[in-house]
Design a protein around this ligand. Structure first.
Ligand code: ADP
Ligand code: TZD
Length: 583
């Protein structure tokens, strides 16, 4: 796309005369608007009509991270938004590229991560009359059901306001994925440079504090004070809020045991004495008052219902969205506001000694923790040959224990479930995983997003099936020389690798994959590959690759019979009412 910046008149001007107006265009206005709002990175895949936009962004000092598939680019943008509270930006081409990215944007909406997918789109007149344009799709309307907001810019002078609206929609209130459609015409259109500069909008306070009502704070504290067996559940909304000190002070001042949801692990360290993670079933079923901080009562918490929960449990819920209250169970003490403001208000209103966890409750939890840890330790310390999930994760856990700065990405079924339980986290927002949808394919995108955003090393612990969804991004990792170590738990299948074709035919069973040498893949891109079959070799490979700070992949061979169907959520598979559906 040629973009010329020329004077529009041929008149000769004297030096004292006003210069004829310089022009700008849509491409430049987009880059200027992003820069004005402090955005420094774009994740995307170039092509018609946004190739020049990616080039110009790079020329103007933005970092452009080019992916092999838009879905991973969107995951990277989303996790960057989660880590920074500033919307991550994903740039896609029209129709198929847009749809590829939309999965990641929808996942951001579901997980409450702020991101903006900006996509070029084809000729509006042709799209609207369905006359068959190149990559024709009514993208703005397609995006609506999956995003927090979906906008289209039709005039270059609206680019500034369009980007401002997108930023505010993504970051304010409950964060989410936002779609911004930029037509090819708008990108190419020229505008007087002064008018263009004036049209830009710098968003003031994109995510304003939302102070909860003081009555709601008092009601919640009174309820907690009346509890015999109180519990605090920390969700990824609490991690996102970056109110780490206030949350920790409240937990410690009240002495209430806490349970972190998977991405809230590390908000308080996993070895904190008040952590009830190792007594999860006990505390969920016996707590009489539960304070939810940035966690929804969705499937991940069994909807707050019996038998996992006490039928008489009462809830305090701290959330920025009022309609989250009473979603599954009645909420006795709703606290609607942002978690940072709410925790400050709680600490101000809390009277010394007002809330104390009873000694009997704390003792019961301690005893159950000890019992469960002992029971687990036998499995964890065993050395089966071939390795299983536990013995491999033990080796990884021990290396990572000395490196709390490292980001851990984790996906798979068993790899996820065992990984969550075995790998302790010591710092907030360091664990990034499949989240609310339990989606496979976030691995490489999250790893790249975390490494690019923070400059810190990342270890991605991946099921072999999970890895396959975004495996080509190894090339992206190597191209940008990112400090990412990918560990593949290779049991040769989805869940496990030993299923059989029930027809007796020669095709592999639906869940079976090749026990491939994934370490060779990264070697094709100049990274370092390791092939390990025992915990000692895994320890050595991980230690070595972290020390190198370079891209590496560890093909970690585990027992094909290790693992259970769907990991810990096998109960969600529909069971036929007329017998075994597999035959
Ligand atoms: P988890 O999966 O860890 O249980 P969820 O994603 O279900 O967590 O819940 C996160 C909740 O946090 C959402 O309901 C969201 O509205 C809320 N949330 C996100 N950011 C904030 C914030 N800054 N203040 C208050 N609530 C927030
Ligand atoms: N597709 C998408 C996008 N998300 C999904 N969650 C699935 C398919 C279904 N699925 C799971 O829920 S887990 C999983 C799939 C395909 C892979 C499990 O195998 P794995 O992990 O090798 O990644 P384990 O550790 O061997 O169980």
């Amino acid at each position: 796309m040629a973009t010329t910046l020329v004077n529009t008149t041929n008149e000769v001007e004297s030096p004292t005369e006003k210069q004829s107006p310089a022009l700008t265009d849509g491409f430049r206005l987009v880059v200027d608007a992003l820069k004005l709002n402090g955005i420094d990175t774009i994740y995307g895949v170039p092509g018609i009509p946004i190739t020049d936009l990616s080039r110009l962004a790079q020329a103007e000092g933005l970092r452009f991270i080019g992916f092999r598939h838009e879905q991973s680019a969107a995951y990277a943008a989303a996790i960057s938004g989660y880590l920074t509270k500033k919307p991550g930006i994903c740039l896609t081409v029209s129709a198929p590229g847009f749809l590829n990215g939309l999965v990641g944007t929808a996942n951001a909406t579901t997980n409450c991560f702020p991101m903006i997918q900006i996509s070029g789109s084809s000729d509006r007149e042709i799209i609207d009359l369905q006359q068959g344009d190149y990559e024709e799709l009514d993208q703005m309307n397609a995006a609506k059901p999956y995003t927090k907001a979906s906008y289209r810019v039709n005039k270059p002078e609206d680019i500034g306001i369009g980007i401002a609206r997108a930023i505010r929609a993504a970051a304010s209130g409950r964060p989410g994925g936002v779609y911004l459609d930029l037509t090819g015409d708008v990108l190419a259109a020229a505008l007087d440079a002064d008018a263009g500069a004036k049209s830009l909008v710098q968003v003031v306070d994109a995510s304003p504090a939302q102070i909860p009502a003081s009555e709601s704070i008092k009601r919640a504290l009174d309820l907690l004070a009346s509890a015999q067996r109180p519990l605090i559940i920390l969700g990824k909304g609490a991690a996102y809020a970056q109110a780490d000190n206030e949350i920790r002070t409240f937990v410690e001042k009240t002495g209430i045991p806490f349970l972190p949801m998977s991405m809230a692990k590390g908000l308080l360290p996993d070895n904190h004495p008040q952590s009830a993670a190792a007594a999860r079933s006990l505390v969920l079923s016996q707590a009489d008052v539960v304070m939810l901080i940035g966690a929804r009562l969705n499937w991940l918490l069994a909807h707050g219902k019996a038998p996992r929960w006490s039928p008489t449990v009462r809830f305090v819920q701290v959330d920025i969205v009022s309609t989250e209250m009473d979603s599954n169970r009645p909420i006795a003490a709703p606290v609607v506001g942002d978690i940072g403001s709410a925790m400050i208000a709680f600490l101000e209103a809390l009277k010394p000694g007002q809330i104390q966890a009873s000694a009997a409750w704390t003792k019961a939890i301690e005893e159950r923790k000890r019992y469960n840890v002992e029971r687990m330790s036998a499995r964890l310390n065993a050395n089966p040959n071939p390795m299983n999930f536990s013995s491999a994760l033990r080796a990884i856990r021990d290396v990572l224990a000395g490196r709390p700065d490292i980001y851990v990405v984790n996906e798979g079924a068993n790899t996820l479930d065992f990984g969550r339980d075995i790998i302790d986290m010591y710092e907030p927002r360091k664990r990034l995983d499949c989240g609310t949808w339990g989606v496979m394919g976030i691995g490489m995108g999250f790893a790249i997003g975390a490494a690019v955003t923070t400059g810190k090393p990342v270890v991605a612990i991946e099921g072999d099936s999970a890895f396959g969804f975004s495996g080509m991004e190894l090339e992206t990792i190597c191209r940008y020389s990112l400090p990412i170590v990918t560990i593949i738990f290779n049991n040769g299948g989805v869940y496990r690798g030993d299923d059989v074709n029930r027809s007796g035919g020669s095709d592999p069973a639906p869940t079976v994959l090749m026990k491939a040498r994934y370490d060779k893949l990264i070697e094709a891109y100049g990274g370092t590959g390791y092939h390990v079959t025992d915990p000692q070799a895994l320890t050595k490979a991980l230690t070595e690759s972290l020390a190198s700070g370079k891209p590496a992949l560890i093909n970690c061979v585990i027992d094909p019979t290790a693992g259970t169907e769907s990991g810990h959520i096998g109960n969600l598979n529909p069971k036929s009412q007329i017998g075994d559906a597999r035959k």
